[in-house]
Design a protein around this ligand. Structure first.
Ligand code: APR
Ligand code: PHB
Length: 395
């Protein structure tokens, strides 16, 4: 084993949570070491969500990462809610004065990786055997094997577990401390990426007796679309023609002259769906952020935004503690972050429950009643808009 590497904060995981945290800490003059078990190309190649809340865009802009979002992203005022024979635009700006931005998580990650390069801080990719040690002492450490096979150890004042749902950080909370809450759903999403201009100016969330569908997008020439399917769905049963046919039916092709343009599908996958929260998000000198602590189902596009909100709170807390010597925000980090986590967990569950068919005719009537309510009542529409466009960070 080489001499231990010393730093102030060791960050495990180079997804959006880990990368943004290192950027925020770097701006506060706090040195970090970043550990990631995949290669940079793998991290950049993952297809993820693409909606940024206005508070996420404000934060990224404030810390010097907004240029490409503003140049290449697309600002949306709201979303469409559709069910057979009805389509309503819900305008977030009218209701709550905030918009959302379409900008892929891959692009956010690219901007963050470039910022990390510029910061000149140590990052280790393709590491193995990441193990957290002594997180409930004053000298926490993380050991790992680097890409060349050399065993290493980083000693720090704090460990940030930003290693997603499958990473090791959450497991470093003792069993008698960690508590988890979970809901699995009896459906999944089949997602496709297609080389075709979006057939809509803003996202369409569609309820249909055959199942939910979503028309999203990545750019002027790339569409992202989803279909509700069974969790054990076999992709082989979904040739491209069947995908486009189901999308056309569920999204309302032909209604009021609206047409869905199809094109070559470049990626197709099934996304499982669950709600999951682990608490506390802090134990000793270990702090969890992003998917390491919580997962939301994708309806409502909260996953990335929640990761951004977590690390914003965490960077503030670590800066107050490590730079100013005030541990108060670090001590309250878990409670502070969990307030927003539970709000977004509820909103994502609520959107999911409203839009996905279960085969139960009573559920269907309740869902249609709910959809009519949010599209005709000012108060109900404002509630959806406030949650979708995003509550202020620190809510
Ligand atoms: N050692 C080091 N890194 C690890 C390990 C490990 N043992 N296990 C996982 N990782 C890395 C993953 O490879 C990934 O790059 O941790 C990173 C976690 O990143 P994400 O999964 O993107 O999670 P997060 O940064 O919290 O971002 C949340 O991502 O999954 C979406 O919907 C989610 O949009 C949300 C966002
Ligand atoms: C996406 O573009 O991938 C997307 C958009 C909205 C969602 C979920 C995913 O609610």
């Amino acid at each position: 084993m080489n001499q231990p590497i010393r730093t102030r904060v060791v960050v495990v995981g180079a997804g959006p949570a880990g990368l943004l945290l290192t950027h925020l800490l770097d701006r506060a003059g706090i040195d970090t070491v970043l550990l990631e078990n995949r290669s940079p190309d793998y991290v950049l190649g993952r297809i993820r969500a693409g909606v940024l809340e206005s508070s996420s865009v404000d934060l990224l802009t404030e810390v010097g990462l907004g240029d490409r979002i503003h140049a290449e992203g697309d600002e949306h005022r709201g979303i469409y809610l559709h069910w057979p024979g009805e389509k309503h635009h819900l305008d977030f700006v009218d209701h709550v004065g905030r918009s959302v931005w379409i900008y892929g998580q891959t692009e956010v990650t690219k901007d963050l990786m470039a910022a990390r390069e510029r910061a000149g801080q140590q990052s280790y990719y393709e590491v193995a055997d990441v193990t957290l040690h002594d997180v409930d002492t004053d000298r926490p450490a993380v050991s790992f094997t680097d890409a060349d096979g050399t065993p290493r150890r980083v000693e720090a004042e704090a460990v940030a577990g930003c290693d997603g749902f499958h990473g090791p950080s959450r497991g470093a909370l003792p069993d008698d401390v960690r508590r988890t809450w979970e809901r699995t759903y009896p459906y999944a999403w089949l997602g496709v990426l297609a080389d075709v201009a979006p057939s809509t100016d803003e996202l369409i969330y569609s309820w249909h007796p055959d199942g939910f569908a979503l028309h999203s997008m990545r750019s002027a020439t790339v569409s992202r679309l989803y279909l509700q399917v069974r969790p054990d769905e076999d992709l082989a049963q979904w040739p491209d023609d069947r995908v486009w046919e189901a999308l056309a039916t569920r999204l309302g092709h032909g209604e009021d002259g609206w047409t869905l343009q199809s094109g070559p599908i470049t990626e197709k996958s099934v996304l499982p769906m669950r709600s999951f929260v682990a608490t506390p998000m802090r134990h000793g000198r270990l702090f969890l952020a992003g998917d390491a602590a919580h997962i939301v189902p994708p309806a409502g596009a909260k996953g990335l935004n929640l990761a951004i909100a977590d690390v914003c709170l965490l960077a503030r807390a670590l800066t107050a503690w490590l730079v100013d010597g005030s541990p108060g925000l670090a001590e309250s980090y878990s409670d502070d972050a969990l307030r927003r986590v539970w709000r977004c967990t509820h909103f994502s569950w609520w959107m999911t429950s409203m839009l996905h068919t279960t085969g139960d005719p009573f559920d269907e009537q309740l869902q249609l009643s709910q959809l009519r309510w949010v599209t005709t009542s000012e108060a109900a529409a404002a509630g959806l808009a406030e949650n979708y466009a995003g509550l202020p960070i620190g809510f």
